[in-house]
Structure formats: structure tokens, C-alpha cells
Design a protein. Structure first.
Lengths: 81, 767
């Protein structure tokens, strides 16, 4: 069993209203040293088989279902067997 | 921010270019200009004796795009829709939205726009920004947006998408985008339509509309006439999103269109809401001389039109524009279609007052230049001139009278579907089909009561068993019972057979939707969605459809106050069916007199007003049994005019218990929808309607028919009110079943709850 993480983030230049507003609220709370907030989402998948196979499956899943490639980017992270 | 890099003006070698290089330049810079247009540009720059900069080339491509210049449609819009105004029209087809008199103090502002291409690539973001854009169109006239509407057109639910986007995916994204944007910005979504047709497979249409209300003195134009006026950019920041949106919308989508990723704009309703407040407050205090929203073409289109509209020029400095990303090129800033931005023209002395308002609402603003005498536009970036052009040349885009073919309407022998002994199963199938079922799965995702001015919601009837409203009613001025009825929709299956008569029927349906709520149709907005205008058949469809709108409005005295045209809706080699979406606003003097759209009482009489035209062309039934047709019956506009007078008189004298128009699905679906709202059954005898076959009488969608419910003791008065229109008594309400008989033969007998069960769940698997 391999644990694979699919980490998804917005492409550069894509505005993320949620992150922007968290940033704005941090300023209101006085955390003025925080210059930027961005949000990433990670899906953890436990996949049976070898590491290569699992990564291939995860990549497939990401492209088919999890990622909107018009506005998002993703990377595969393997946690270990 | 940019100090670490010295900016250099980039000029493009155009003057000496041969044909091949012109075409490759157009491609390389994503200009979407054809060879003749490129040659015209070349001639111009030869004439002024220098090469264009990259900013100039991009600006010209924006200004000359189909989306901005209406180069294929302008001639016909002028020919058929010019001079369609009435004495209560304040601004028709002039600025970003139509302005119409509401009462002695107020005007309503109305607009509908398509956002098809972005929604086909990124459905969620594309649909959301469609809503955002049309809100700004209304806001920039100085009006407070009070209601939204959306007409959506999807491919067949069962279409095998392969590597293209499936109907289910597109539908979820588009409905989600409209829901999230509208709900977050806090404007009720009150009306709309959803249609399915195979020509929209992977090429959905999103038409978003907005209604606003303003004091008549607060209406602002989209230009200024005073030289020296400061230009202020207010709202969201400028980024690389949405670059080349309009040039993208001016060609057809190809499979795997990866380069269009960047042409999708992303909305941010959390900025839009305070922006609306800030603008309305500044306008209320008289600080705004003129304003324009930034939509397709970004600053390029907005500044150009803003200056030229007042017969003036402009001097712009892009250095101070607030950016989302560092290191943006001036051409990117100039044509970016980033959302949530407005361009204001203000007097220099009012700058500090205005900035204090925007600051209070936490909205960013930056001065980008001023309006000057003459008609030259000059843009600087980091101290260097990047654009210096004559505005008259920029906006003198090409005008095409494209080759067109009007399809000949040859009546063909049509094999009608076989008559059945009983229609119970067919009715239940239609009730549960995507075309005929309840839209509540979608409508309930939208907030349609926020703001508290929705008098009649899109769903109406007893709680939890509501049916569809014909039109929604909003009461935009507090303390007044005067309301505006709103409806929008189209009939693609009808228009596909005959664009002229199909468009007339769509207009008639919208018109009757208003009448059935007790309102008087008042003004009209069109959103015209068509395929590739370089295809003569498509151009013919467009011309026929616009001609229909012109004929209809002239006959019935309705002004066309705003509109938009979207061409190049084509993917997978197929043009979409002609889709003229019709948005009609009606006035109801006292919303308390609104007519319900579902049966109210047991034991009342059901009558059919209007003459049913026999023919199943374009009907839900033919589509369901997968049969085609070739000729479409005429639409009788004289009858519609008489129907209007009779309906208004009957509404005023409270003769009608309920009313519902007969269009999609014919009498069967209309009667069923009326039964559902309060679970009041009906027993209809089709014998007296005409001598047509039962099947035709049940499912024909043609003619200007309305189903009316009336108390028995008022029937004679109703008959005298409708003396000029055919009125046929066809049945009686009561019980818990929906029954149809013809010539004493029982054709269908369906239990209301069973019908509701199918009707309610038709979209469950899709959205």
C-alpha cells in the first residue's frame, strides 16, 4: 500500500477570494507581517501496488476528477510505503 | 514594483509584411483578425509612417473583434430593430443597458448578456462572471441591481462526451457558478429557463440578465462631455485573467483549446458587493459624471468608448494601475478582462471625496488618466508612450454584410407518431424527462427572496408542492405596490426548424408569460446566440430571427431597449440551433392583483383562450419520440394583441382565478403544471378545441394559447371580455386526478401525486 498525496493549488494569477479575505482579516487582527496567504488542498490516497503504479493511478485520478486544469495545478507527493 | 527592470516599448514590423507574415502575426499575437482586416491595419500604419507597438496591435484587435464591434450583425440590428422605442423609453440600445420609465420618479434598467465561450471552457468561473458582468452593466447606468435572471441551454443529458465536457459536468459547474456568485453578492435570482438540445452538446449557452432601479435623476451615461474629467479605475485589481476573452469569443471553439485557459475570467463577489455600495453612494452624492463597466476588451474597450462617446480623446498612464501580479506588460494591462472593475469619470475637485467613500467600503481605486479635447488616445507606461492612435480609426471597425441563405420552408409530409389508446405512460415519461420536468433542483439553489422585494417567486403554489411561475414579480420601490414582471427564455427546437416563426413563438411565449401573471408587457431585451456567421446558413438564421423581433415589437408596440449578439457558438463541427433569448419586463400597477399560475379551487371552469394552431413542429413530443419536422405554423400577432387587451381587462376585473400559457409540452404539460401547485385535479375534454387528431390537440405548442381557470358564475362575463378571441370551455377542476378525453374517449387518467413524483425528480441525476 502506498500513500499518495495530490496537492492542488491555483495557477499563478488566479485570484482566490478565500485566501485574499483571510489575508485581509489577518491585517484587521493586527498580523501585519503576513504579506500573502495562499491555500492548497491535499487529497491523501491509499493505493495498493508498487510506487510507480500508484503514482500513475493518482495522476490519472487527479486529471480526471480532482483538478480543474484551467485554473489549477497539482503535484503528486508520495509519503512512503 | 517594477524598478528592477527597465521597460522597453516593443514595436511590431507590420508595414513591410507580406500576406503570410500578416496571417502569422494575427496568430502569434492572438488577434483573431482576418487578412483583409490585417491589410487595413497595415495601410493605416503605412499612412502615419511608423510601425505599431504591441499595445496598439492588441488594442485594435479588441476594438475590431466581433464581440466589441458587432461587425457581422450591426447592419441587420439597425435595419430591423432601429427606431423601436416608445414614449416611455429613456435609453434604448445606446449605452450598456436599457433604461425605461417606471413611475414619475424612477426608471428601471435592464440588460441581458451571453457568456457562452467562457462557460464552455470553465463552466463555474464562466457562468459566475457572466452574472458579475451583467450586474455591472446595470450598475454603470447608476441603478441599484435588484434581480437576476438566467437562461441556460445544455446538450442532451445522455450525450456521449468522449474527451469533451459532459452535459452533467457543464450543468453542475454553470448552475454552481450562478448560485455562488448571485447568492454571495446578495441579489435575488428570480427568473430564467433551462433547455436541452443536441446542438448544445459541449457548447452550452449562458445568458444572464439583470434588472436595476434608479431615481431618474441618478441615471448616468457611459461617457463624459467635459474635457479634463479624471478617469478613475475602481474595484478589483487587474491581472492576466481573461486576456483575449473577446477575440476568443469571436471564433469557434476547437477541441483541446488549451490556449484559451487564460481567456477565462474569475469572479470575486466579495469585492463586487462593497463595490456596488460604494458606486451607488458616490452617485447619490453627485460625484460621478459618467461611468462604464469593464467587460469584454477590458480597459481598451471601456476607455475608448468612454472618450469617443462624448466626442473627446484621452490621455492614460498605466503605471499606476493596481495589479494582481508583478511584471505585467502594458498590453496585458490594457486588454485584461479581470472582473469587478468600473471606470468612473469624475471632476478633479471631487477626487478626495470619492476616494474617502471607496476607502470606507474597502474598495481600491486608482487615477489612470483624463479625458482631453480632440479625438486622440495616448497611453503612457513608465514614462514612455506605448499607444498613440486616432480613436475614430480605432472604432471604425470593418462592417460586414455577409453572404446569407434563408432556408426555404418546404412543407414535407410528416409521419405523425401513432395515436395511442392511452397516454398515461407517455405523460408520466414527459413529466419526468429533462425537457418537461421541474426546474426546482436548480431554482432552489438560488436565493430568490434576498432583498425582500420578490413578490412572486419563480416557484409558486402551496409550500413544498410548488409549480413553475410564468413570470416572477419584484416590487423594486419600497412603499409602492407597483411591480415589474420578469420572464426570459427561448425555444431552440422551434427556431431550429424555422428561425422566423420560431422566434415569433418564443416572443409570444414571453409575452403571454407576462400576461398570465397579470402584468402588461413593457419592454424587451434580446440575447442572440448563433453559430458561425461566416456560414451563410447561420447568417440567414440570424437575419430571419432579428426580422421576427422587429416585426413583433413594431406590431405590439414594445421597445427593444438592450441586447447582445454572440456568434461563433460552434463546436465539434456543428453550429448551435438559432437561440434568440427573449427577456421581457412587464408592469403590474398593483402586485396584489397578480394572477396565480396554478389551479386555485375545486369545481371551477377551465377555458382555453386563443386558437390552437395544429402542428407538432418543434414540440417536446416529437423530440421525445425522436421524429423531425420541416414546417412551422404561423404566429398570429393580431390575435395576440386582442388577447393582451382581454387579459388586462379580465385581470383588472378579477375574473380569472389562475392562468398559464400553453407552450412547451402543449395543453397536457400546462394543465399538469397548473394541477401540481395546489394538488387540484382537472378533467379536460379536448373535443371542442378543433377537429385535429387527439395527439395534436394534446401536444401542439403552436398558437397564442392560455389556459384560464374561472368561477362558473363569472364565465359569461369572461366570455364577453374575450369576445374578440376564441374562447373554448374545455373542462372543470376538482379531484386528485388529471384526465383528458376527446370525443368521449378517455385518453389519459393520471394521479397528481404520481405525476409530481416524476416531475420533481427529473433532474436528480444531473444537477
Amino acid at each position: 500500500m502506498v500513500r499518495i498525496g495530490v496537492e492542488i493549488e491555483y495557477l499563478p494569477g488566479v485570484e482566490d477570494p478565500e485566501a485574499l479575505n483571510i489575508g485581509k482579516n489577518l491585517l484587521i487582527l493586527g498580523y501585519d507581517r503576513v504579506k500573502q496567504v495562499s491555500i492548497r488542498k491535499t487529497y491523501m490516497l491509499d493505493i495498493s501496488g508498487s510506487r510507480e503504479e500508484a503514482e500513475k493511478i493518482a495522476r490519472n485520478i487527479a486529471e480526471k476528477l480532482l483538478v480543474n486544469k484551467i485554473i489549477q495545478n497539482y503535484r503528486i507527493k508520495t509519503a512512503g510505503e | 514594483m517594477m524598478a528592477d527592470r527597465k521597460f522597453r516599448v516593443k514595436s511590431v514590423r507590420l508595414r513591410e509584411a507580406d500576406e503570410r507574415r500578416l496571417i502569422s502575426l494575427s496568430k502569434r499575437y492572438s488577434l483573431s483578425l482576418n487578412i483583409e482586416e490585417m491589410r487595413r491595419l497595415q495601410e493605416y500604419f503605412k499612412g502615419i509612417g511608423r510601425e505599431p507597438t504591441d499595445v496598439e496591435l492588441q488594442a485594435m484587435a479588441q476594438a475590431w473583434s466581433e464581440h466589441c464591434s458587432y461587425k457581422s450583425s450591426k447592419i441587420y440590428l439597425k435595419k430591423y430593430l432601429g427606431n423601436l422605442r416608445t414614449d416611455y423609453t429613456i435609453l434604448a440600445m445606446e449605452d450598456d443597458a436599457g433604461v425605461v420609465e417606471f413611475d414619475s420618479d424612477h426608471a428601471y434598467v435592464i440588460k441581458m448578456e451571453s457568456h457562452n465561450h467562457p462557460s464552455a471552457v470553465e463552466p463555474y468561473g464562466g457562468a459566475a462572471t457572466g452574472v458579475g458582468g451583467v450586474i455591472r452593466d446595470v450598475l454603470c447606468m447608476g441603478a441599484k441591481p435588484v434581480a437576476l435572471m438566467d437562461s441556460l441551454f445544455f446538450g442532451k443529458p445522455d450525450f456521449e462526451a468522449g474527451d469533451r465536457l459532459s452535459t452533467r459536468f457543464l450543468m453542475r459547474g454553470i448552475v454552481g457558478g450562478i448560485r455562488d456568485y448571485g447568492n454571495r453578492v446578495g441579489i435575488p435570482n428570480v427568473s430564467g429557463s433551462v433547455d436541452f438540445h443536441e446542438s448544445y452538446n459541449s457548447n452550452p449557452l449562458v445568458n444572464a440578465g439583470c434588472l436595476g432601479i434608479a431615481k431618474r435623476s441618478d441615471i448616468r451615461r457611459s461617457f463624459v462631455t467635459k474635457p479634463g474629467t479624471l478617469l478613475l479605475l475602481v474595484g478589483g485589481r487587474t491581472g492576466r485573467d481573461g486576456i483575449h476573452g473577446v477575440t476568443f469569443a469571436s471564433r469557434s471553439i476547437k477541441a483541446g483549446d488549451k490556449e484559451n485557459a487564460r481567456s477565462v475570467q474569475l469572479g470575486n463577489p466579495i469585492i463586487k458587493e462593497p463595490l456596488i455600495h460604494a458606486i451607488l453612494e458616490a452617485n447619490d452624492r453627485g460625484l460621478i459624471l459618467g461611468m462604464k463597466d469593464l467587460g469584454g476588451g477590458g480597459l481598451s474597450s471601456a476607455v475608448g468608448e468612454f472618450c469617443l462617446g462624448g466626442g473627446l480623446g484621452g490621455e492614460i498612464d498605466l503605471t499606476g494601475v493596481k495589479l494582481k501580479e508583478e511584471r505585467m506588460e502594458p498590453w496585458e494591462i490594457w486588454i485584461s478582462e479581470s472582473q469587478e472593475r468600473m471606470l468612473l469619470g469624475i471632476d478633479e475637485k471631487d477626487l478626495s471625496a470619492l476616494v474617502s467613500i471607496t476607502d470606507a467600503w474597502d474598495v481600491e481605486s486608482s487615477v489612470i488618466g483624463r479625458v482631453v479635447e480632440g479625438n486622440n488616445l495616448k497611453i503612457e507606461f513608465e514614462g514612455k508612450t506605448v499607444l498613440d492612435l486616432d480613436l475614430n480609426f480605432m472604432t471604425s471597425g470593418p462592417l460586414y454584410a455577409r453572404h446569407f441563405l434563408v432556408p426555404e420552408n418546404v412543407p414535407r409530409d410528416l409521419v405523425l407518431p401513432r395515436e395511442m389508446k392511452r397516454y398515461d405512460d407517455l405523460i408520466l415519461e414527459l413529466a419526468g424527462s429533462p425537457a418537461g420536468c421541474s426546474r426546482q433542483r436548480i431554482v432552489r439553489q438560488y436565493d430568490y427572496t434576498v432583498m425582500g422585494s420578490t413578490y412572486k417567486a419563480p416557484l409558486t403554489g402551496l409550500p413544498n408542492i410548488e409549480t413553475h411561475s410564468d413570470s416572477a414579480i419584484v416590487m423594486p420601490v419600497s412603499g409602492s405596490n407597483k411591480g415589474i414582471c420578469i420572464t426570459s427564455g427561448s425555444l431552440p427546437a422551434h427556431c431550429a426548424v424555422d428561425p422566423y416563426r420560431g422566434t415569433l413563438l418564443a416572443l409570444s411565449e414571453g409575452f403571454r408569460n407576462i400576461l398570465c401573471s397579470g402584468g402588461d408587457p413593457h419592454s424587451l431585451v434580446d440575447s442572440l446566440n448563433f453559430g458561425d456567421p461566416e456560414d451563410p446558413m447561420v447568417m440567414g438564421q440570424f437575419i430571419e430571427s432579428v426580422r421576427a423581433i422587429g416585426d413583433f415589437c413594431r406590431k405590439l408596440g414594445i421597445p427593444v431597449v438592450a441586447g447582445n449578439v454572440s456568434f461563433y457558438n460552434r463546436s465539434g463541427g456543428n453550429n448551435i440551433a438559432p437561440t434568440p433569448t427573449i427577456l421581457i419586463a412587464g408592469i403590474i400597477n398593483d402586485a396584489g392583483n397578480a394572477i396565480p399560475n396554478h389551479f386555485m379551487e375545486h369545481g371551477s371552469i377551465v377555458v382555453l383562450a386563443g386558437r390552437q394552431t395544429p402542428g407538432l413542429c418543434g414540440s417536446m413530443l416529437l423530440d421525445h419520440v425522436k421524429k423531425g419536422c420541416s414546417s412551422h405554423p404561423d404566429v398570429d400577432l393580431d390575435e395576440l394583441q386582442k388577447l393582451r387587451a382581454a387579459m388586462l381587462e379580465a385581470a383588472e376585473n378579477k375574473l380569472i382565478l389562475s392562468a398559464h400559457d400553453v407552450t412547451q409540452g402543449g395543453i397536457v404539460m400546462s394543465a399538469m403544471e397548473m394541477s401540481l401547485g395546489r394538488s387540484v385535479g382537472v378533467d379536460i375534454d379536448l373535443t371542442d378545441i378543433s377537429s385535429s387528431r387527439s395527439l395534436v390537440k394534446m401536444f401542439s405548442e403552436s398558437g397564442n394559447c392560455i389556459l384560464l381557470e374561472v368561477r362558473e358564475e363569472l364565465l359569461e362575463r369572461l366570455k364577453s371580455t374575450f369576445r374578440d378571441v376564441q374562447l373554448t370551455t374545455i373542462g372543470r377542476t376538482g379531484g386528485k386526478r388529471i384526465k383528458f378525453t376527446d370525443l368521449s374517449l378517455l385518453l389519459a387518467d393520471v394521479d397528481i401525486e404520481e405525476a409530481r413524483n416524476r416531475w420533481d425528480h427529473g433532474l436528480d441525476d444531473l444537477v
